[in-house]
Write a protein that binds this ligand. Sequence first.
Ligand code: HEC
Length: 204
Amino acid sequence: MYAASWEKDRKAWDFLGSGSASGIYKSTDGGSSWERISNEGSGFPTGLDVGRIGLTVFNENTIYAVHDNQDRRDKSEENEKESDVLTKDDFKTFSDNVNGRVYKSFSEDEQQQMGSAPAVAKTPEALYQGACMACHATGVANAPKFGDKTAWEPKAALGINTLLQTAITGKGAMPPKGGSAYSEEELRSVIEYMLSEAGLAVAN
Ligand code: HEC
């Protein structure tokens, strides 16, 4: 009969997952007495870094053990081997070729662009679907309905600049910018889109 012990200590601020009391024990009298067989010189790791051990008996001569060995290799030893793992420093010095893999490096201009303006401007149709359709498609709370010339005609007469200002500040049940984060340009383009889809020419 074999058993494995595991020394551990779990506290709110700490977890100790190994210790010299972890080891493999053997009993030949049905469990009345136990002898530790993972001793110094047994070939099995001993000492403070012995973690969990899983055992399985294969036959009377062989048992297998899996061991959660906490004996960390030296940092220097680990760094010596070429690692594919990227660390934060790799990103600082991103080049076109890291460990044989090719990455795109971006110029400062490109990076700036990615940070601010989206590379591809959304079409007015996509903008409409993104933030305006929810109310204007069906005319929620008396919102002028999409494609409804009669509803939009008096609005068009106000001129695009007035409509834009109203859309920015909101009106009645319509929240500022329709609840979107669209820029003035985007709002202008989507209003023009709604007017033209209602068959109206855009007046200034
Ligand atoms: C939560 C619902 C809602 C959303 C979302 C919404 N609207 Fe509206 N919108 C309304 C309502 C309601 C009105 C009518 C307001 C009134 O006349 O009291 C309106 C009116 C308007 C008008 C006419 C303003 C005027 O002068 O009468 C414009 C232009 C407009 N919306 C543009 C937009 C745009 C552009 C978007 C998307 C960015 C959008 N709306 C999203 C509800 C909405």
